[in-house]
Design a protein around this ligand. Sequence first.
Ligand SMILES: [Fe+2]
Length: 647
Amino acid sequence: MLHTPSTASAEAPARRMLTLGINASFHDSAAALMLDGVVVAAAEEERFTRIKHGKRPVPFTAWELPYNAIDFCLKEAGATLGDLAHVAYSFDPHHFIGERAPDQRFTLPLRPSDFERGHWENPWDPLFAAYVLNAPRQLTDGVPHHLKKRFTGVKHDKAPYRWHFVPHHLCHQASAFLASPFASCAVMTLDGRGEHASTCYGRYRDDRYEALGEVRVPHSLGLLYEQITAHLGFLHSSDEYKVMALAALGTPRYAGLLREHVQVFDDGRYEIRPLDLAQAFGPRRVSGSKMTQEQLDLAASLQEVLEDTVLQLARWLRETSGEDHLTMAGGVALNCVMNARLRDAGIFKRVWVQPAAGDAGTALGAALWVDARERRAEAAPLPGTPSLGTAATASLASQAPALAAAADAGAEVEGPLTGEKGSFSLAPRRWFMEHAYLGPAFDDDEVEALLRWAQLDYRKSENVAQDTARLLADNKVIGWFQGRMEFGPRALGARSLLASPVDPAMQARLNELKDREDFRPVAPAINREDMAEWFEPAEANDGESPFMLFVYSVKPGKTDRIPSALHTDRTARVQTVDSATNPVFHDLLAAVGRETGVPVLVNTSFNVRGEPIVGTPKAAIEAFFSTPLDALVIGSFILEKPVRRGT
Ligand SMILES: [Fe+2]
């Protein structure tokens, strides 16, 4: 286990090396900032702009950078753009373009129908590539007027920082192994697609990273899940978690049919053959229409095939890497049912998943990677440092044994920086992700000034945990806004809606409040020390689940006590809370336990359907007054509505 300091230590060098990570190529645009090996801040753009996922993942939006998130990160460090040493962008356009623009020119069709399939998969790929290539110009020249303060004085061609395009899956990989609590581990990343890769494997040990191979599109478990998500009438690249929830309501009777299209090889590769979904499973479901049993069974089948396939890949990775611990990232790693099967399969002793496993996490991964490489390069020059953005031929695992052997022998083996092969020296780590509270915070003075200005009725609490526990014991639904905002899609007790799980009607009430589908479960939060009494396997993963990324079973005899925290299959997506990383939430859960005898709360994200999680006190207040929430607890202040719901 790794025991690195979570803040800069006295041994830190006196210099300041600020590294900004940016994700902007697809969606979930985000920024992260590191200072000399320690993450200072990370946030998703959607929390500032109030546009869910920041933007849609289409070529026409690739130009748009997460300026608000970048501005927040710079502010948190007391820095401006000109203070940066490095900017790390989580997509490599050179790798994406490859040999497809030998004369350095792109051609765009006036109409998509004019497009002739040639070098490019999509008529708008050249537009996408041009937007990404010009991100350095866009960062300095395209900043919105109201944010100019922290961006002024920097010209893209005379920037004081170095710009790094880092391959997308390498960023996902780094967001896992450079953030996990493990000193050495295997890494598996699974998403829809990056430049070319959909799945990547690696190993991290002794401050070295070895890329062990990759699977390329069109073969992608993530894209398969997305396609079936769309066929089931949901928004792809967004609603996959709904399909996962629906899977519990079906039987996997189509799993055999799906398996015929997914072939796994014994070297970590897999292939997915095209499948006409309409022909195999009937017409695409109209969004909002009632789900048929056949559609529920398709969801269950997809989930089972995903899990079985990933287990096979994990077994190969365990053997190939020789590591006891697994880290994961990529959008597919948000599938907490799959993660639980991996945890319980015993292939690895522990499984750690990056909480921002989707593309937002690549901003963090890009910053972690460039920071670790640059600190290493400063400590000792790297022989044959790979050039950024070089294309390389596709290959899988065949180089891995030789590279691993060379690395074991202490040799410097530097491969191309594409994520598909190679071995890289990194600086010793000075940080790991103990928690996800890396976003903006607002102190009591700021909050009270807003409450007064808005002429709202509120009271200041001397013991906010105890006072809130009484409201929750009274079956009230609370908007809970405390401390720094979470990085990643899950609310983890900083921007959460909280309620008691004791009332069987609470789950339906929360779904109605959030205007979301009635099949959607809500998840329980519990203090880590109480976990073993309520859920199993409590000892797995060192007894913690801080990021709500694994499902658990409720212990026999306890299901009737927390009916609203359970899914249909009587499982629950548990978050364990630690007094060191979220003391206020920990105090609240302890107080709730004293009040009700049940130290569990249901915790769902503080947002309504179609909107991102609230990022500011103002957004929290607006959500409070536009929904049937009973109370809002924001910092030390409590706001209550005068009339209880239903009275
Ligand atoms: Fe991704």
